[in-house]
Design a protein around this ligand. Sequence first.
Ligand code: GLC
Ligand code: CA
Length: 519
Amino acid sequence: MSAPWWQTGVIYQIYPRSFADSNGDGIGDLRGITLRLDYLSDVLGVDAIWLSPFYPSPQDDFGYDVADYIDVDPIYGTLRDFDQLVEQAHRRGLKVIVDYVINHTSDRHPWFLESSRVKDSRRRDWYVWRDQPNNWVSVFGGSAWEPHPSGQFYLHSFLASQPDLNWRNPEVEAAMLDVLRFWMERGVDGFRIDVAHFAMKDPLLRDNPMKSTLPSDAYKLNSEYAAMEHVYDKAHPDIHALFRRLRRTLDRYPDRFSVGEIHEYNWQQWAAFYGQGDELHMPFNFALLPAGIDPVRIRAAIIGMESVLPAGGWPNWVAGNHDEPRIASRLGKPQAQAMAMILLSLRGTPTLYYGDEIGMEQLEIPPERQKDQWGRRKPGFGRDGCRTPMQWSPAHHAGFTTGSQSWLPVHPDHTACNVELQRGDAHSLLELYRRLLRVRKAAPALTMGSIEVLDSPPEVLSFRRSLGGSISFETRANLSAEATVIEPGGRIAVATSGEREGQQFDGYLEAWEAVLVEA
Ligand code: GLC
Ligand code: CA
């Protein structure tokens, strides 16, 4: 049996608001995406697209506050537009993954409107109500409990307008599994499950214990949230039985896929979300984010992840998304080239974030134009900077919209950094991504082969991918600002400095240079 598409393929995340605007209102939409599918399938050469939420929503968290799980927000189009997108994607061999926001709805969702109306409403128990708050805090800051005119408090792990669903109520589960069926019937191939592990909490809603010391590496969390051990407010062990039921729902349809957004940096606990191959197809592996471009940390991430992976468990890697600062800004431009090579030659499914393939930079947004509520509540935490419009061309608004404005400002560097200019320029990041994707797709060792981390000087990351009788590949990345010389050998298949491709590797690596050699 050949390997499933989500193991051999590369996923590309689209933030629908920011990808392509087809009607000039300054907001990206589904038709805009459909019009750009050739770029994804033919120019870039990815295999699947993941669409961040496009469902009806007040847009308090840009669609992660869902007011109707089974429709399309008029801003983004209609269900017909969605069907056309799926049809056109499938025609090009692209799979379609949609976001499945399970932990919370919008406070405008009819379920919550009914739940909150009166204490004894039929849907009261669909959300989490309590007479008194416990000590839980929201990821976005402040208490996780919102007082309500009905006299009780409701739980919201994120914004107050994102009340948490009560998955312990079987009616909630049934309604949410129906949502999966609805989209699978429409041809959707997979689901990215938003903050998947948050769905199950301590049934007694006990206070979280406080940490005795604040961890120095509290990655991207505000101090109040980082100060507690999150033992009761998420990832209760009952989550595993829930994921098994969810998986059974998916498995009734052929070739469907689930990937959970799970920020869990303890490898054992992370790996538990694969279950016995009967829970999530994969939990997102975010270890490259805190690792930066540090070879020691990347090496540790590869070894750590590989050592806990359960039998049959398939790895995956993420270097950027709509919640993280842009790779090119976080790591630097030459570093972003090295990261592209690492990401696309590691063992496991890579997920790319729109615009990272051309090295789009983070944009500093003036406070009056900031849209993300997290940033507006907690300065410094805003995520708008990585959500600016896709830079298609040097034209007005980077070719994103024909309208007079765009929902977030377009990065002024779009005149130099865009798809049109990079295409055909052998030195561009886009062409490096294209070459990497092409070589990866053609090489069984790179898609399905094993991985072995090789001995190398401390500043160099080196690993080998091999599979049976097929050609093996070795990635050699100099992750330092100084040139270095390592053991030579092998024909260079892809190099961050393209002119070396086809040559024998002589062991010399420029600062931040990386090569993929046929071993
Ligand atoms: C996830 C999403 C993020 C959103 C949050 C709340 O972390 O990626 O964008 O704000 O969930 O839904
Ligand atoms: Ca639009």
